[in-house]
Every structure is written in C-alpha cells, then in structure tokens.
Write a protein that binds this ligand. Structure first.
Ligand code: HXC
Length: 257
C-alpha cells in the first residue's frame, strides 16, 4: 500500500486504517479514495480480520473532497472517470466499519464517516457539509444519509448554511454513537471493535446487512429479509456453538462457520 496516503495497522482480528494526507487535512482525492476502497475490499476478504476502524489525524478525520482536484473536474470527467465508483465499493463492505473521528469531518469527510456503521468522535470533532459555500451540494450521500440520521430540519440547516456542528451536538442529533476525550479516541474505537470482533462473524455480517436495509426497504420487505437471514443462521456452526455454550454455561468460541 502507498504509505504516503493510507496507513494500515493489523491488530488481528481488528484492522485500523489511518488517512494520511496531513498537509491537506486528509482531503480525499481520487487516488486516496481508490486506495481506501482497495484496502477495505482486501480486508473484507481477509479471514483474520473481523472489524475495521477508519481514522484520520489529530486535526482532521478528513476536510472533504480535494478542492484542488474538484475545481479542475468537468461534468464529463465525473462520468468517464466514474468518480463515485470507489464510494460505491466502500458502501458494499460487509464487515463492520467504525469511524474514529478527530477534528474536521467536513463535506466528503462527513460523508465518509457516515458510510461507516458506527462513529466515535473525540470532543474536538466538528461535523459539517460546507459544499454550499463552494457553490455546490454534497455529492457522496450527504443529502441522503445525513437526512436519514438527523432528520429533515437539522440536515436542511447544516446543508443550507454550511455550518459545522460540534461533537456534542452531533451526539444529541444522533449523527454519532458517542463522544470521548481526544486522548481516549483510539482506545474507545478499538475497544468497540474488539467487542464486536468477539461476536459470531456470520451473524455480524447478516446483521449489518439487515440494519442497512432498514433504511431502504418497506417494513414488509425488511421483515422478510430479516427472517430469511435468521433462518439461514440456523445452518451455521456459530449458532450451534452459541446455543450449546449457553446451555453448558461456558463462553462460546465463534469461528465464522
Ligand atoms: C484541498 C484542503 C482542503 C480540501 C483543507 N485543505 N481542506 N485542500 N481540499 N477540502 C488544505 C488547505 O488548502 C491548506 O493547504 C491546508 O489544508 C490546511 O488548511 P487551512 O485552511 O490552512 O486550515 P484552517 O485555517 O485550520 O482551516 C481548516 C478548514 C479549512 C476549516 C477545514 O481548510 C476548510 O474550510 N477546508 C475546506 C472544507 C470544505 O469545503 N470541504 C468540502 C469540500 S467539497 P495549504 O497548502 O494552504 O497549507 C466536498 C464535496 C464532496 O467535500 C463530494 C463527494 C466526494
């Protein structure tokens, strides 16, 4: 992997990816997004890894798409270079993703955090969609995911004013899971990752898929999908092991089978 833009720490069964363009506050150019999608897909296939933590630097998780690159991009380039393809690849990662957010999570940075399944923020974090200040609107899911997370009124205010909100506000608005002191951010994110990594991997993947589908499907279809996933899990070793361990009053050992 290009150590310039992304750093990978393997702490099996957890992997941590650090966005590493500190001079531009981790501005997300297309090279970085491609490397991120490549790395996430590789970890998604890697049997030794169960949960992935995505983080940035102390000053910024990511201050948005790279405005230098965007300012030179023509509409046809977005189409021909499939500008959003790597975002789609990230959306399809099946293992749990936890964003550990320090400092700025703006524009594409906030959209990337929202692509993750859970967000832990330090008390220095700021979340915002400032695209309106540049004459555009969010393009990587901001109008959709933010609205689903915080509701129409709050999303409208953030997207139309471009103003950021603090970590505390983001917590109150249900955009994030929790706020911790900056010095505890990594520890908290890794401890949540570890807790989930101990759970049965097949059930974890199907649970992630089912929860995400709740955003898209009418209730009847969502319930159907949930039931089918529930039935399927009764063919897994992890289900036999989980129930047997409960009845034998011991700790289960889940192998993802
Ligand atoms: C390119 C960026 C950048 C960005 C910061 N930098 N954000 N470069 N793209 N999004 C660069 C600055 O140019 C500067 O480079 C260095 O990082 C440090 O930034 P400063 O502005 O000097 O820092 P500060 O004064 O502390 O202000 C921090 C900031 C500000 C409030 C985060 O940088 C800012 O407003 N950035 C832009 C945020 C934004 O508009 N994001 C949305 C982008 S559009 P030099 O070389 O001068 O040191 C978007 C659309 C997504 O995300 C669409 C889908 C992908």
């Amino acid at each position: 992997m290009d150590q310039q833009m992304l750093l990978l720490d393997r702490m099996e069964p957890i992997a941590k990816i650090t966005l590493n363009r500190p001079k531009s506050l981790n501005a997300l150019n297309s090279g970085l997004m491609k490397k991120l999608a490549d790395e996430l897909e590789a970890l998604d296939r890697d049997e030794a890894i169960r949960v992935i933590v995505l983080t940035g630097s102390e000053r910024a998780f990511a201050a948005g798409a790279d405005i230098n690159e965007l300012s030179e991009t023509k509409p046809v380039d977005f189409v021909m270079k499939q500008f959003f393809r790597d975002w789609e690849r990230i959306r399809k990662i099946s293992k749990p993703l936890i964003a550990a957010v320090n400092g700025y999570a703006l524009g594409g940075g906030n959209e990337l955090a929202m692509c993750c399944d859970m967000i832990i923020a330090s008390d220095t974090a700021q979340f915002g969609q400032p695209e309106i200040l540049l004459g555009v609107i969010p393009g990587a899911g901001g109008t959709q995911r933010l609205t689903k997370a915080v509701g129409t009124k709050k999303a409208m205010e953030m997207i139309l004013t471009g103003k950021s909100i603090s970590a505390e506000e983001a917590l109150q608005w249900r955009l994030i899971n929790r706020v911790v002191p900056a010095e505890d951010l990594e520890k908290e994110a890794l401890s949540l990752a570890k807790e989930i990594a101990e759970k049965p991997p097949v059930a974890v993947r199907l649970a992630k898929q089912a929860v995400l589908k709740a955003q898209e499907l009418p209730l009847e279809h969502g319930l159907n999908l949930e039931q089918n996933a529930f039935f399927l899990l009764f063919s897994s070793e992890d289900q036999s092991e989980g129930m047997r361990a409960f009845l034998e009053k011991r700790k289960p050992e889940f192998r993802g089978e």
